[in-house]
Design a protein around this ligand. Structure first.
Ligand code: PGA
Length: 253
């Protein structure tokens, strides 16, 4: 069955890799993609390296069709914010995407729903595609609060295109404890219904909702079969180009 939305295979490298490793990775990825069957449209593929790697990754990916994104941004367009990076600087470095509100940012830097939404707005204003991350903790799931948490995290986001959502249950990130396809589908369907209610059926139907949290080549196919899963935000398994390629192939690449 043809997919309604072009899937995305996103590799979140987090705070890993040095420049030479990143460049070698990009070469291996390009080689692997070059071997994909001709004529397949395939998923959109995007790498999210840390800031210092971004220019080298953009250069190494030139002509490959693979995009680049940053892992975070500051909500202000410029100013006295030592250590921060603006959306315009990210765009200027050649990236087209940016993560907003990854749970590790929420955890390590106390990012609030409002700050995450401001970051997503700043990304859009600069011409970047925000990939806004949402997801419940293990305690929230145990207490039966998952759908409520997702609604709360979605509420302040700018619900206009371009917008990509990533459902990343915190208990599944880096733990090896992947969500079941049923769990992912329930959350994704809930997010899409909330999008439809707040922003209309058209935006809901067009918005890609990625799943993230211990995605591997082994579990990607069953997750990708869930109708509202439009691709993956992959951490650990994206650090090995062959494993990431295997996930890309599951999505049709
Ligand atoms: P993981 O990370 O694939 O290593 O669980 C996913 C993410 O945090 O984006």
């Amino acid at each position: 069955m043809a997919r309604a939305r072009r899937p995305i295979a996103a590799g979140n490298w987090k705070m890993h890799l040095l420049r030479a490793e990143a460049e070698a990775y990009c070469r291996a990825l390009a080689d692997g993609l070059g071997a994909a069957p001709a004529g397949s449209r395939g998923p959109e593929v995007v790498l999210f390296p840390s800031f210092p790697l971004l220019p080298a990754v953009v250069a190494a990916l030139a002509g490959t069709g693979v995009g680049a994104g940053a892992q975070d941004l500051h909500p202000e367009p410029s100013g006295a914010h030592t250590g921060d990076v603006s959306a315009a600087q990210i765009l200027d470095a050649g990236a087209r995407f940016v993560l907003a509100g990854h749970s590790e940012r929420r955890r390590d830097h106390g990012e609030s729903e409002e700050l995450v939404a401001a970051k997503a707005r700043a990304a859009r204003a600069a011409g970047l595609v925000p990939v806004a991350c949402v997801g419940e903790t293990a305690d929230e799931r145990r207490r039966g609060e998952t759908l409520e948490v997702l609604g709360r995290q979605l509420a302040p986001l700018p619900l206009e295109p371009p917008l990509v959502l990533a459902y990343e249950p915190v208990w599944a990130i880096g733990t090896g404890e992947t969500a079941t396809p049923a769990i992912a589908q329930e959350a994704h369907a809930h997010l899409r219904a909330a999008l439809a209610e707040r922003a209309g059926a058209e935006l809901a139907a067009a918005t890609r909702i990625l799943y993230g949290g211990s995605v591997t080549p082994e579990n990607a196919a069953e997750l990708a079969a869930a109708p509202d899963v439009d691709g993956f935000l992959v951490g650990g398994a994206s650090l090995d180009p062959q494993r990431f390629l295997a996930i890309i192939h599951v999505l049709g690449g």
